[in-house]
Design a protein around this ligand. Structure first.
Ligand code: FES
Ligand SMILES: [Fe+2]
Length: 371
């Protein structure tokens, strides 16, 4: 792969990876007996909660004539289309009633399905499993079964605090993800008087290793200008701080920091909404600031600041990308981005051939950069 190839040129059309769980929206934004629209991988979705509070996800288009089902009514169990009143079970999508049928018309209503998706709530978010698309023209049936369990944040004690943050980014998921794993933008984008100065840039060396469907920045003592570490140092005697950062397809960045009995764990995802639009969601769990009243708000403040700096940067970047400029990935700072593209390609290749995914990393690698 040449240094000068742009991400777009490396992967012609692999923006949306099907066959994975994706975060749809924060659970506290989904009320009972109400319908809410969301988009994942350009698929218009309708989300809601049934009478018991269990979330469901359907394709937001009636299989009769395409009316958005979100325009219809919901009684806590069934969704009724606003055009001709067809009714669908909210969880299975199976048609329950076609009001126009007369008593002697024996149409098998139960063979009709509105598209539905397996849906689960985990760690403050409603997740939806997005399977491979059905062939054009083929109707919907029962929801496709997920290929794995819904992703979960690793926790190391029973009692912990949690918070989430979300931000829309006007760039493709690829730019969102490589921006997230990019170590070189820190000194320029994430400056603040209370945080770090541009002059604090220094040489770093990190070890990486392959893990299934991804790569890991091996357990290390975090660099002195990493966000949670600075906070941790204020709080605990950080002599044995270790941190691990994993990236796993399709879009998961997990960061775990541990110091004695204290821990901080986060799962950040960058979700494709449309080709030029993604959304970043950060959920963190921790037990480190439990005693401090300002702990969670301080942590939220720091992360909100970071996410806003990234969002603003990508908003500006989107302006530049409109001109479709030639782009490049350099060593070593952009090597994680290269692995990301290579992993995506390997995943799609394995899908086509039916063989095991061939990991692009042969073994551990040490990368060096200044940040
Ligand atoms: S379009 Fe939905 S019932 Fe006709
Ligand atoms: Fe950033």
């Amino acid at each position: 792969m040449s240094e000068l190839e742009s991400p777009q040129r490396q992967i012609p059309d692999a923006l949306m990876l099907h066959g994975f769980w994706y975060r749809a929206l924060p659970g506290d934004q989904l009320g009972r007996n109400r319908l809410q629209k969301a988009t994942l991988l350009e698929i218009p979705l309708l989300l809601g909660r049934d009478r018991q509070g269990k979330p469901f996800a359907m394709r937001d288009a009636c299989p009769h004539r395409g009316m958005p089902l979100s325009c219809g009514a919901f009684d806590g169990e069934q969704v009724e289309c606003s055009y001709h009143g067809w009714r669908f079970d909210a969880h299975s999508g199976q048609c329950q009633l076609i009001p126009s049928l007369t008593a002697d018309q024996k149409m098998r209503v139960d063979r009709i399905y509105a598209g539905s998706y397996v849906c689960e709530e985990r760690d403050s978010y409603v997740w939806v499993f997005i399977p491979d698309p059905v062939l054009p023209g083929a109707g919907f049936g029962k929801a496709a079964e997920p290929t794995g369990p819904v992703p979960e944040i690793e926790k190391f004690s029973n009692r912990y605090k949690t918070a989430y943050l979300t931000a829309d980014m006007p760039v493709s998921v690829d730019h969102g993800i490589i921006g997230l794993m990019d170590p070189a933008h820190g000194p320029f984008v994430h400056q603040a008087w209370w945080w770090r100065k541009r002059e604090s840039i220094h040489e770093k060396q990190k070890n990486f290793e392959p893990i299934p469907n991804g790569f890991r920045m091996s357990a290390h003592t975090p660099s002195s200008n990493s966000a949670p570490y600075k906070l941790l140092r204020l709080y605990a005697d950080g002599d044995s701080v270790t941190t691990t950062i994993d990236f796993v397809l399709p879009n998961h960045r997990r960061e775990t920091i541990r110091v004695g009995k204290y821990w901080f764990s986060s799962l950040t995802t960058v979700t494709p909404i449309a080709r030029d639009h993604c959304r970043i969601d950060v959920v963190a769990c921790w037990n480190i600031f439990r005693g401090l009243p300002f702990g969670p708000s301080l942590l939220k403040f720091v992360f909100a600041k970071f996410v806003e700096q990234d969002r603003r940067t990508m908003e500006l970047q989107a302006e530049g990308l409109k001109q479709n400029p030639h782009l490049m990935l350099i060593d070593d700072a952009d090597r994680p981005a290269k692995w990301y593209f290579a992993l995506k390609a390997a995943y799609l290749e394995a899908k086509c051939s039916g063989a095991e995914i061939k990991h692009p990393m042969a073994g551990p690698v040490t990368l060096k950069w200044r940040s």
